[in-house]
Design a protein around this ligand. Structure first.
Ligand code: ADP
Length: 253
């Protein structure tokens, strides 16, 4: 479980997030949502320690995150950012870098690290692409490779920044399925979603941000029913019930 208590953070001296309090439950998918610029990416970067906390506390399993070194923190929280430079190294080497929190000094990967990389390559269907340079992969394969790199890190918590946004429909559905599997395997998932229907169908909990503050948190159903999602995005949502579950459509401004 990750707890945020009146957390503030931002860039240099400029505060972006103000007094965020929220509990991210174990084995839950929590969707972080809000309009552009509301601070979603900043929140993920704060939780994984890329940017410092300016006020308040973040705890994981009751222990303040600030008491861990970055390496120790990376054994607990993995972060899959939205976009990043695509290196020329092979998929295999990329995944091996995911073992950095466990490598000794100077960085030396053990046979155990290599075995974990091979296992994850198999599990994620990337074994065929192991020798391919990451910069030659398709968008979907790249996303899969970075997700695999996070899995290699073997953390209980994984943060995702818009994991499905640029994927075609097949890759999108596969990624959504993988997030469900990770949750069922015991991981705590915190993910920024762009698409409201994806968030509503996938998430157990939702944190809504507006202008760097908590607008609401609760289950997606609650926040739909009390119209907080509609209010924060200034939209209306229509729900259609199908045999496979409810689908949600943004239907007006
Ligand atoms: P969201 O993910 O909700 O779109 P972000 O967390 O990316 O929002 O951005 C929130 C605010 O922080 C924006 O006003 C943005 O301009 C600012 N911001 C984001 N990254 C930086 C940065 N590296 N330096 C300074 N300001 C930034």
């Amino acid at each position: 479980m990750i707890e945020l208590e009146t957390v503030s953070s931002g860039y240099r001296n400029h505060r972006i997030l103000h007094d965020i309090s929220c509990v991210f439950k174990e084995q839950h998918i929590t969707a972080v949502m809000g309009p552009n610029g509301s601070g979603k990416t900043t929140l993920l970067k704060t939780i994984c320690g890329i940017i410092p906390v300016m006020g308040g506390d973040i705890r994981i399993g009751g222990v303040p995150l600030g008491s861990y070194t970055l390496r120790e923190r990376a054994k607990r929280i993995a972060y899959v950012p939205q976009s990043r430079a695509t290196p020329r190294l092979s998929v295999y080497r990329l995944l091996l870098h995911g073992r950095f929190p466990y490598a000794g000094y100077p960085r030396a990967y053990s046979e155990h690290d290599r075995r974990i990389v091979r296992q994850i390559l198999e599990q994620t269907g990337l074994a065929q692409a192991a020798d391919m340079p990451v910069n030659t992969l398709s968008g979907g394969q790249k996303q899969q490779a970075y997700l695999a790199m996070a899995l290699v890190q073997q953390t209980p918590v994984i943060l995702f920044d818009e994991p499905t946004t640029f994927l075609d429909i097949r890759n999108k559905l596969e990624t959504e399925q993988r997030l469900r599997e990770l949750k069922n395997a015991g991981k705590t998932i915190i993910a920024v979603f762009h698409d409201i229907d994806t968030a509503l169908s996938l998430a157990d909990d939702m944190l809504l941000l507006k202008d760097g503050r908590t607008a609401a948190c609760g289950t997606p159903e609650e926040l739909l029913k009390n119209r907080m999602i509609q209010t924060v995005f200034a939209i209306d949502i229509e729900t259609v019930y199908t045999e496979t579950g409810a689908r949600h459509f943004v239907c007006s401004l």
